[in-house]
Design a protein around this ligand. Sequence first.
Ligand SMILES: [Zn+2]
Length: 114
Amino acid sequence: MKKLFLSAIALMSFSGCTSMGVASDGYRFQNRQWTNHEFRVIVKEYDSQKELTAAALKVDVAWRTHITRAFASVDRANNTCTIHLLKPEFKWLPQWPGHEIGHCIWGNFHPSRR
Ligand SMILES: [Zn+2]
Protein backbone atom coordinates (compact mmCIF):
# COMPACT_ATOMS: atom_id res chain seq x y z
CA MET A 1 0.00 0.00 0.00
CA LYS A 2 2.80 2.41 0.93
CA LYS A 3 4.63 1.65 -2.34
CA LEU A 4 1.46 2.27 -4.34
CA PHE A 5 0.93 5.59 -2.58
CA LEU A 6 4.52 6.69 -3.20
CA SER A 7 4.30 5.68 -6.86
CA ALA A 8 1.11 7.70 -7.22
CA ILE A 9 2.79 10.76 -5.72
CA ALA A 10 5.79 10.41 -8.02
CA LEU A 11 3.56 10.07 -11.07
CA MET A 12 1.46 13.08 -10.07
CA SER A 13 4.60 15.12 -9.61
CA PHE A 14 5.88 14.50 -13.10
CA SER A 15 2.62 14.34 -15.02
CA GLY A 16 2.35 18.10 -15.47
CA CYS A 17 5.35 18.52 -17.78
CA THR A 18 5.22 21.18 -20.46
CA SER A 19 6.67 20.90 -23.94
CA MET A 20 9.96 22.22 -22.53
CA GLY A 21 10.07 19.31 -20.07
CA VAL A 22 9.60 21.60 -17.10
CA ALA A 23 7.00 20.34 -14.63
CA SER A 24 4.68 22.32 -12.38
CA ASP A 25 7.44 22.55 -9.78
CA GLY A 26 9.60 24.53 -12.22
CA TYR A 27 12.11 21.72 -12.70
CA ARG A 28 12.81 19.10 -15.34
CA PHE A 29 14.19 15.61 -14.94
CA GLN A 30 17.79 15.50 -16.19
CA ASN A 31 19.31 12.22 -15.06
CA ARG A 32 19.22 9.81 -12.18
CA GLN A 33 21.98 9.76 -9.61
CA TRP A 34 20.73 6.39 -8.34
CA THR A 35 17.63 4.24 -8.43
CA ASN A 36 15.98 3.15 -5.21
CA HIS A 37 12.51 1.62 -5.29
CA GLU A 38 12.27 0.48 -1.69
CA PHE A 39 13.12 2.69 1.26
CA ARG A 40 11.72 3.98 4.51
CA VAL A 41 10.06 7.39 4.37
CA ILE A 42 9.86 9.84 7.24
CA VAL A 43 7.92 13.07 6.81
CA LYS A 44 8.59 16.08 9.00
CA GLU A 45 6.26 19.07 8.88
CA TYR A 46 7.05 22.61 9.96
CA ASP A 47 4.82 25.48 11.04
CA SER A 48 6.80 28.25 9.38
CA GLN A 49 9.45 29.05 6.82
CA LYS A 50 11.81 30.00 9.63
CA GLU A 51 11.47 26.54 11.23
CA LEU A 52 11.96 24.76 7.90
CA THR A 53 15.09 26.74 7.11
CA ALA A 54 16.49 26.16 10.59
CA ALA A 55 15.90 22.43 10.22
CA ALA A 56 17.65 22.40 6.85
CA LEU A 57 20.73 24.01 8.33
CA LYS A 58 20.90 21.38 11.10
CA VAL A 59 20.55 18.30 8.92
CA ASP A 60 23.83 16.70 8.01
CA VAL A 61 23.24 15.25 4.57
CA ALA A 62 25.22 14.89 1.40
CA TRP A 63 23.06 17.49 -0.27
CA ARG A 64 19.92 19.44 0.39
CA THR A 65 17.42 20.86 -2.02
CA HIS A 66 14.75 23.50 -2.04
CA ILE A 67 15.34 24.69 1.49
CA THR A 68 12.88 27.52 1.06
CA ARG A 69 9.97 25.21 0.14
CA ALA A 70 10.86 21.66 1.10
CA PHE A 71 13.85 19.39 1.12
CA ALA A 72 14.77 15.76 1.30
CA SER A 73 17.58 14.27 3.29
CA VAL A 74 18.65 10.86 2.09
CA ASP A 75 20.39 8.38 4.36
CA ARG A 76 21.57 5.73 1.93
CA ALA A 77 23.32 3.67 4.63
CA ASN A 78 20.01 3.17 6.48
CA ASN A 79 17.87 3.23 3.33
CA THR A 80 15.81 6.08 4.74
CA CYS A 81 14.57 9.26 3.11
CA THR A 82 13.25 12.12 5.21
CA ILE A 83 11.05 14.69 3.53
CA HIS A 84 10.80 18.07 5.22
CA LEU A 85 7.77 20.19 4.32
CA LEU A 86 5.81 23.20 5.43
CA LYS A 87 2.47 22.23 6.98
CA PRO A 88 -0.25 22.65 4.32
CA GLU A 89 -2.23 24.80 6.75
CA PHE A 90 0.68 27.27 6.61
CA LYS A 91 1.32 27.06 2.87
CA TRP A 92 -0.26 24.65 0.39
CA LEU A 93 2.48 23.50 -1.99
CA PRO A 94 1.25 20.15 -3.34
CA GLN A 95 4.00 19.78 -5.94
CA TRP A 96 6.78 19.45 -3.36
CA PRO A 97 5.96 16.08 -1.73
CA GLY A 98 6.20 14.43 -5.16
CA HIS A 99 9.32 16.36 -6.09
CA GLU A 100 11.08 15.34 -2.89
CA ILE A 101 10.02 11.68 -3.28
CA GLY A 102 11.72 11.94 -6.67
CA HIS A 103 14.95 12.77 -4.87
CA CYS A 104 14.50 9.69 -2.67
CA ILE A 105 14.06 7.49 -5.75
CA TRP A 106 16.53 9.07 -8.21
CA GLY A 107 18.90 11.20 -6.12
CA ASN A 108 19.86 14.59 -7.49
CA PHE A 109 17.90 14.28 -10.74
CA HIS A 110 18.28 17.97 -11.69
CA PRO A 111 21.94 18.81 -11.02
CA SER A 112 21.75 22.08 -12.93
CA ARG A 113 18.81 23.07 -10.65
CA ARG A 114 16.35 23.27 -13.55
ZN1 LIG B 1 14.82 18.96 -6.41
